[in-house]
Design a protein around this ligand. Structure first.
Ligand SMILES: Nc1ncnc2c1ncn2[C@@H]1O[C@H](COP(=O)(O)OP(=O)(O)OP(=O)(O)O)[C@@H](O)[C@H]1O
Ligand SMILES: [Mg+2]
Length: 431
């Protein structure tokens, strides 16, 4: 088998139908080492001939040959985007030795490789539209316990709090792990369903360092509401207050539509090899988005960058922008905006500067206007956009925060950050 002794079948769910896309090969013996095994992928010849054929990942060109990954990038981007990160991986790792399913599918639960985690994460909630099948052609992994309903998150939030404070029953951690899904990110989160069966993600927020429940999650919803005013595409989202007073932020899954699965790739996977993940610039990203996705996408991306700057969102890493594949236009398009959050620390640093080689990592609107041409925009258009964004932020944030229940202490905490937009407006004129 091409030098590899094991494989998983890969299927793409396209308009509700599961089509065999290819095989993901791995070497079982490599799995015993602590490094991630280098994977290989081969498209199914029938898929290459199918009218719905599309390139599932930028690092998997449409070819009949076996594509071998490298030591540097052992897992293709589309599969990496299906993996949980900090929160989910920790949970899976800590529950693995008590988990019968994990023990039945992995060689060594002490060393969970990316491939192991792929085999463990639930098929039902996996990010994007790819499904994995074992040698008996069964989709893996089964959903081992029912997902909670969005308006009944109290119990699962309690398990999350027990887990975070390190006092939990094995049963609790297993149940939590079973609803954690493949969704990435550092914040505690679970998959859940609305009463019509639509898939949602629920994101919880840790108490602040004093142990107080924080109302900061309000500000993710504030940013999304301002984004909607600016006609930036967002998914349906809502804040829910739980019986213990803490908030859950819930958002409908944008990679599901009427029960169908939609292909998803992060910006990181889209530009891998062309940028340095931990240190890059919007000047470079704008160029790449413009050349790869065209003028509409790069203008929309520019508006999002302006909003990130206006609200001091410094967690704007490349995993926090995504793309969905549209089978009618046969194009990857920007996914709805997600994970936008103001950093109340005005000196907070983002991994993405505005200009290339910017040692000071300054992130002002004037720098953004300077680099507008790489997004295919004139400086005049860029000025109008930044003005509109700054106006929306400065005029709406208090109103939205109060409407969502923010206390004056929260308003005070974010005052300085949001007032940057007002300072900016004072120095410009609307045109
Ligand atoms: N509405 C949504 N529909 C589908 N997938 C989503 C949605 N919102 C977020 N995701 C996916 O879930 C991942 C984690 O969500 P999010 O970025 O909000 O969490 P986080 O823990 O705050 O992340 P970070 O580690 O960047 O702070 C995202 O990278 C994205 O892939
Ligand atoms: Mg994120």
């Amino acid at each position: 088998m091409n030098g590899y002794d094991q494989s998983l079948g890969v299927f793409a769910s396209i308009d509700g139908q599961d089509i065999a896309v290819g095989e993901l090969y791995y070497d079982k013996s490599a799995n015993m080492l602590s490094r991630d095994p280098v994977l290989a992928f081969q498209y199914a010849h029938n898929f290459l001939e199918n009218e719905k054929c599309y390139q599932i990942s930028p690092d998997l060109p449409l070819t009949r040959e076996v594509i071998r990954m490298s030591e540097r990038i052992p897992t293709p981007g589309v599969f990496r985007d299906m993996l949980p990160d900090e929160w989910g991986s920790n949970l899976i790792w800590r529950s693995s030795s008590s988990d019968q399913y994990v023990m039945s599918v992995v060689e060594n639960p002490q060393f969970l490789h990316q491939l192991d985690v792929l085999k463990i994460t639930s098929d039902l909630t996996r990010q994007g539209n790819l499904r994995l099948a074992n040698e008996s052609n069964e989709f893996i992994a089964p959903q081992l316990s029912p997902l909670p309903i969005v308006d009944s998150l109290d119990e699962i939030a309690e398990s999350k709090n027990h887990y975070l404070s390190n006092i939990f029953e094995t049963e609790e951690i297993l149940r939590l792990k079973n609803v954690v899904s493949s969704i990435g990110g550092a914040a505690p989160k679970v998959s859940c369903l609305d009463r019509r069966g639509n898939l949602y993600i629920a994101k919880f927020f840790k108490a602040d360092i004093t142990g107080q429940i924080t109302s900061n999650p309000i500000f993710e919803e504030v940013c999304l509401r301002i984004a909607r005013e600016l006609e930036i595409e967002t998914e349906k989202s809502q804040l829910i207050q739980l019986s213990n007073g803490e908030y859950a932020f819930i958002a409908k899954r944008f990679d599901r539509l009427d029960g169908n699965r939609i292909p998803y790739l992060s910006l990181y996977s889209m530009v891998e090899g062309k940028v340095n993940r931990s240190e890059t610039s919007y000047e470079l990203l704008g160029e790449l988005v413009f050349s790869k996705f065209g003028a509409k996408a790069s203008k929309d991306f520019f508006v999002r960058v302006a909003l990130n700057i206006a609200v001091n969102n410094t967690d704007d890493h490349l995993g926090n922008t995504g793309f969905l594949f549209d089978f009618s236009s046969e194009q990857w398009e920007l996914a709805p905006l997600f994970d936008i959050y103001p950093n109340s620390n005005i000196k907070g640093q983002s991994p993405v500067s505005v200009k290339k080689n910017n040692v000071h990592n300054s992130r002002g609107f004037s720098d953004l206007i300077d680099i507008a041409p790489v997004f295919g925009l004139s400086k005049d258009v860029a000025k109008k956009i930044t003005h509109k964004v700054a106006s929306a932020v400065s005029s709406k944030w208090v109103e939205q925060a109060l409407a969502l229940g923010a206390q004056s202490v929260d308003i005070d905490r974010y005052e300085l950050v949001f007032s940057l937009s007002s300072y900016y407006l004072r120095g410009t004129v609307s045109s």
